[in-house]
Design a protein. Structure first.
Length: 718
């Protein structure tokens, strides 16, 4: 809503018609003036146009809006032209009033018009209530919202500030389109609530873990498990080695069994050949006999070839038997060497295992270096976090103490605010009373002056009237004397011509004992006196007219100031009505001397109350700032505390891991022969590696020799 032209007629101090064109001013302007000049009346008029009554606490003084200086026959009216967006409207209201000569009061009149197509279109309804509804629909604000948003009444700002957040939210929601943002806020709150529940669940889980988890018990259990694992590994290696040995023995036993079987077969063949020696010998004899008896050459050749073959086989078998005996002897020796070789093999395997352990120890050594470095970094960070946490806890404590001290100041904020309002109202009241008293005293003085002057003029007027009457009486006497002298002069003129015994033309007497005598100077003197008397009367009449005018002027001025005195009394009554709930009212207009002392006392009271409320407001502002800062500090504290907890956990974890690594590192050298251990891990590894190569070479040579003999034995049997 943007007001354009406000027209008031006989409203408050505005007698007759007055127009205020707001379009002549910038978008921001100040309405200023002395007390009683009509500043509030402007806003009362705007409020009255929209809602049929003035603003705030002044709503009960509707009929007193009518100017006291307006005549009884004149009406009191308000007209406002304003815009709502691109639409332009005009509202007219006429206050109810009692027409002279009428017993019943004329009701309030209202009209509403909209400017369209370069003319005003009447939107009024015959029913005033319906027209008021149309106006309310146009401005889209209730009276309460209008008084909170557009025209905040005097003394109501503190009331607005004291409203709770829901009331302020309702007011501001009417002014700003915040529904979408409100929905977003509600959605954010729901999400925040859900996230908080998740956080609470996680924190609860962590607390349960903390309750059931002990780092010392964890270390002991972990160490126990590691020992069990090492023992299991050791048992596994021993079992594996036993299985390998048994498998080797089984394999060798199978080979020996196979060799023994082959050897027995060879022996059986040899025995079989030896058994056939007698048969062969007999066959030879028979052949010889047969050769002698018969010349069977073909059979003899066959027998001869058979003998040659038998001899060759016999030689070959004998050579094989010799080789087998040699191989068997070698195998026997190798079998005797086998326990030594097995020990060397076991030692080589053990050294290989230890070599791997040493290589792992070398990695552990590097890991320990990294962990020591990391542990130092964590300790530095932990110390830094502890220092930060300590500093922020100190700052938090100081802020909390400061907030507590400010809260003590704010404990009686409402009382201070009430005292300030009371002192402000009292001071405002007395300042206005002072103005009324000044006007009253001035009016009293002027009333007294004009009354005295009027009375003095009245006395002068009465004296002038008396003097005028005296002069008129004197003029009348002089005129009578003039007539008498004129008569005497005529009689004297006649007397000059009168003769004894002649009838007088005037009285008819013939006797003239005393003749009329006339002095011309006497008549002249009387006539001069008459002229002078007329001049005096004329002067007195003029003076009377002037005095009449002066008296009327003085009387009028006296009446005006008397009305001003009555107006001051009425203003006092109205002022008392405005401050009816307060005890500091004056029933009569006080003297200036008395009021100045009271005003000085009220000023001191107001200054003290203002100082106290400013102190409280500053305390409240400081408290809000400190609370905001404290919230930030608490968040930082929580952050540092979480960081410190994480660092402590990390430190514990690293230290535990480091201890474990150191233990593993020491375990790496525990079962190592002294001749292998050197000054550094690298030298120890190289020494271990050399011994492993030496033992591997020895075992490999043994296995090659054994394999070679086994192969030869197999080839001989075949």
């Amino acid at each position: 809503m943007k007001p354009e032209i406000l027209t008031v007629t006989n409203i408050g101090p505005f007698v007759s018609k007055h127009e205020i064109d707001f379009t002549n001013y910038d978008s921001i302007f100040l309405v200023s003036g002395k007390t009683g000049a009509g500043k509030t009346t402007i806003f009362d008029a705007i409020s009255y146009v929209f809602f049929s009554r003035p603003q705030g606490a002044r709503a009960q003084i509707l009929r007193s809006m009518r100017s006291q200086f307006a005549s009884d026959s004149e009406t009191a009216e308000v007209e406002l032209i304003f815009t709502m967006g691109n639409d332009r409207y005009k509202i007219f209201r006429r206050l109810p009033f009692l027409k002279p000569g009428h017993k019943h009061e004329s009701p309030e009149e209202v009209s509403l018009a909209e400017f369209k197509n370069n003319e005003w279109k009447d939107l009024s309804d015959t029913n005033k209530r319906e027209t008021d509804k149309k106006i309310a629909n146009i401005i889209k604000l209730s009276e309460k919202e209008f008084m909170r948003i557009v025209l905040l009444p005097q003394g109501k700002f503190a009331e607005f500030l004291r409203e709770n957040s829901n009331q302020k939210k309702e007011t501001l929601a009417q002014l700003f389109p915040i529904s979408k943002y409100t929905e977003l806020m509600e959605l954010a709150k729901e999400k925040e609530k859900a996230e908080k529940e998740k956080i609470q669940y996680i924190e609860s889980s962590i607390k349960n873990i903390d309750k059931n988890f002990s780092i010392d018990a964890y270390k002991i259990e972990r160490e126990k498990l590691i020992n069990d694992l090492e023992l299991s590994k050791k048992n596994y290696l021993q079992a594996s080695e036993k299985i390998r040995k048994k498998s080797e023995e089984l394999r060798e036993a199978k080979i020996l069994k196979q060799k023994q079987k082959e050897f027995n077969e060879v022996v059986q063949e040899i025995n079989a050949i030896e058994l056939h020696q007698d048969s062969i010998a007999k066959m030879k004899e028979q052949i010889q006999k047969a050769q002698k008896a018969l010349s069977l050459s073909s059979q003899a050749n066959s027998i001869k070839k058979l003998n040659i073959s038998i001899n060759e086989n016999k030689i070959d078998i004998e050579n094989k038997i010799k080789s087998l005996n040699t191989i068997t002897e070698n195998l026997k020796k190798l079998k005797e060497e086998k326990p030594i070789i097995e020990k060397d093999r076991e030692k080589a395997l053990e050294l290989k295992h230890k070599f791997k352990v040493l290589e792992r120890a070398k990695e552990i050594e590097k890991e320990l270096e990294e962990k020591n470095k990391k542990l130092e970094d964590v300790k530095v960070k932990k110390n830094t976090s502890e220092t930060k946490l300590k500093n922020i806890e100190t700052e938090e404590k100081e802020l909390e103490e400061t907030i507590i001290s400010l809260e003590k100041i704010l404990e009686n904020f409402d009382e201070r605010n009430q005292n300030y309002e009371n002192a402000n109202n009292e001071l405002t009241y007395k300042k206005r009373i002072l103005e009324i008293s000044k006007k009253n005293e001035e009016a009293q003085k002027l009333f007294s002056t004009h009354t005295k002057a009027a009375n003095k003029i009245k006395e002068e007027l009465e004296t002038g009237i008396k003097d005028c009457d005296i002069e008129k009486n004197r003029l009348q006497n002089l005129e009578e004397e003039e007539k008498f002298e004129q008569t005497m002069q005529k009689a004297a003129t006649i007397a000059i011509n009168l003769k004894e015994d002649e009838a007088c033309p005037v009285c008819g007497s013939t006797q003239h004992p005393k003749l009329a005598v006339s002095d011309g100077n006497t008549l002249y003197s009387i006539q001069e006196k008459i002229k002078s008397c007329k001049r005096n009367i004329e002067k007195l009449i003029n003076e009377k007219e002037n005095l009449d005018k002066s008296y009327s002027d003085r009387k009028r001025d006296s009446e005006i100031h008397k009305m001003m005195i009555e107006e001051c009394k009425s203003n006092l009554k109205n002022l008392n009505n405005e401050h009816i709930k307060y005890e500091f009212q004056y029933q009569e207009i006080p003297e200036l001397s008395e009021l100045k002392n009271a005003l000085e006392e009220s000023t001191k009271k107001y200054q003290q109350a203002s100082k106290e409320i400013n102190e409280a407001q500053q305390a409240n502002t400081s408290k809000l700032n400190y609370e905001k800062k404290l919230k930030t500090i608490k968040n930082q504290k929580e952050k540092y505390h979480n960081e410190l907890t994480e660092l402590k956990l990390e430190e514990t974890s690293i230290a535990s891991s480091k201890d474990e690594k150191e233990k593993q590192y020491k375990e790496s050298f525990k079962n190592l022969d002294k001749d292998i251990i050197q000054e550094s891990i690298d030298e120890t590894i190289e020494n271990c590696k050399a011994q492993i190569l030496l033992l591997d070479r020895k075992v490999n040579n043994y296995e090659e020799t054994l394999s070679e003999n086994n192969n030869r034995q197999s080839s001989l049997k075949n």
